[in-house]
Ligand binder design. Structure first.
Ligand SMILES: NC(=O)c1ccc[n+]([C@@H]2O[C@H](COP(=O)([O-])OP(=O)(O)OC[C@H]3O[C@@H](n4cnc5c(N)ncnc54)[C@H](O)[C@@H]3O)[C@@H](O)[C@H]2O)c1
Length: 353
């Protein structure tokens, strides 16, 4: 078991059932609400039923996926809290799921009656290494990802890799994108370790989760409200989020990690041109992403629409599109800007691979 202590909450990794029981015992909440989606209800909540008494627990189950991370679902969650008699003093809200559940559930909990206690129990690799910590909560609005939200911290985060056993390989691969992004922005040694991975199905994720979390922990502790350094975490996300938003409107949406992986190739290209990142790093990043993710046909992405979406990015100041780019593997630069022509060129680099 390992505990990471942040300013006002802990992340507890391992020995899940005991730690979770202890937490409930210490706090003695009168009512517990658990937010789930259809998949985490089937695969994860079942295990809860085996381990603890659920008489004071009410579940709120929603449909899975990014398409449902919206105002309509949030309204359903708030209604369920009202109907269940949730009050601010004695209720606990549990997010049992991936980043969609964690982001939206945390948002609903921290705005309901000006905020009720909530905890994060991430069940995807992505939410274990990334979205469950750092306090960014929110929903998508007007086709713009995470455009409505708040910063608020959970009471605790409990991480247990036992939930990963039912996760599809596609979703594992999605989470892996945030693991190698963390290495690329802050830990060159870890990046060179990751480069040796050939088969994601045979990786022991316990080895990678804590180092990856520690990178995010360091960054969010220095800059909790994204005034500067925290923007580093957005490497790959300016272009990646725009692609993810456009893919959502198609019959075959990309996962968050798949879109960000494409974004990381394009932004590696920008890094080479604008930050002098070595050619060898661009080659490593490109080959690595293609090895694990293959090449996507991004025909559905019209350049102009992508640029319009990028202009809505929360990181932007005035009219310039803001990027976090790499000086080299393990060394990031925030607050970079790129011309529209160069952004289009970087998309052309990906399309031409
Ligand atoms: N707040 C942040 O700092 C932050 C950081 C990165 C990403 N995000 C957000 O996270 C979201 C993506 O998270 P995600 O990739 O976890 O997506 P997700 O929550 O949609 O989960 C992916 C899929 O896996 C299923 N699933 C979850 N756990 C499972 C399990 N144990 N077994 C079987 N199936 C399971 C879900 O039902 C879903 O279908 C995006 O909305 C992204 O914007 C937030």
């Amino acid at each position: 078991m390992e505990i990471l202590q942040l300013a006002d909450y802990q992340i507890v990794i391992g020995d899940f059932w005991k730690n979770f029981h202890d937490f409930l015992k210490e706090n003695n909440y009168a009512k517990i609400f658990i937010l789930l989606d259809d998949n985490t209800e089937e695969h994860c909540f079942l295990r809860f039923k085996e381990h603890f008494l659920i008489e004071k627990t009410r579940t709120i189950c929603i449909r899975p996926g990014e398409l449902h991370k919206n105002l309509q679902t949030s309204q359903y969650v708030w209604q369920s809290l009202f109907d269940g008699g949730c009050d601010r003093k004695s209720s606990l809200f549990i997010n049992l799921g991936g980043g969609v559940i964690g982001d939206m559930g945390g948002f609903c909990a921290s705005t309901f009656k000006r905020g009720i206690d909530f905890i994060q129990i991430p069940t995807t690799l992505l939410s274990m290494v990334d979205s469950s910590i750092g306090g960014k909560l929110g929903i998508d609005f007007y086709d713009v990802k995470n455009s409505i939200g708040v910063f608020a911290n959970p009471k605790k985060v409990f991480i247990s890799t036992e939930f990963l056993t039912t996760l599809s390989q596609r979703e594992v691969r999605s989470g892996f994108a945030e693991i190698f992004k963390h290495a690329l922005i802050q830990d060159a040694e870890q990046w060179y370790n990751l480069l040796t991975i050939n088969d994601l199905a045979s990786v022991n994720w316990d080895t990678y989760i804590v180092p990856s979390l520690k990178i995010k922990q360091r960054i969010v502790e220095i800059d909790p409200f994204e005034k500067g350094l925290r923007k580093a975490l957005n490497y790959g996300h300016t272009i990646g989020h725009a692609i993810e938003s456009m893919a959502l409107a198609t019959k075959n949406p990309l996962t968050h990690g798949e879109a960000i992986a494409i974004g990381m190739i394009c932004e590696a290209y920008l890094s080479k041109i604008l930050r002098g990142m070595p050619d060898s790093d661009l080659k490593d990043i490109t080959d690595f992403v293609l090895k694990h993710y293959g090449k996507y046909d991004i025909q559905f992405c019209d350049n102009q629409q992508l640029i319009t979406l990028m202009k809505q990015d929360k990181k932007n100041e005035s009219d310039a599109i803001n990027f976090s780019l790499l000086n080299k593997a393990g060394d990031v630069a925030v607050n970079c800007t790129a011309s529209i022509d160069l952004i289009v060129e970087s998309l052309g680099y990906y399309r031409g691979l």
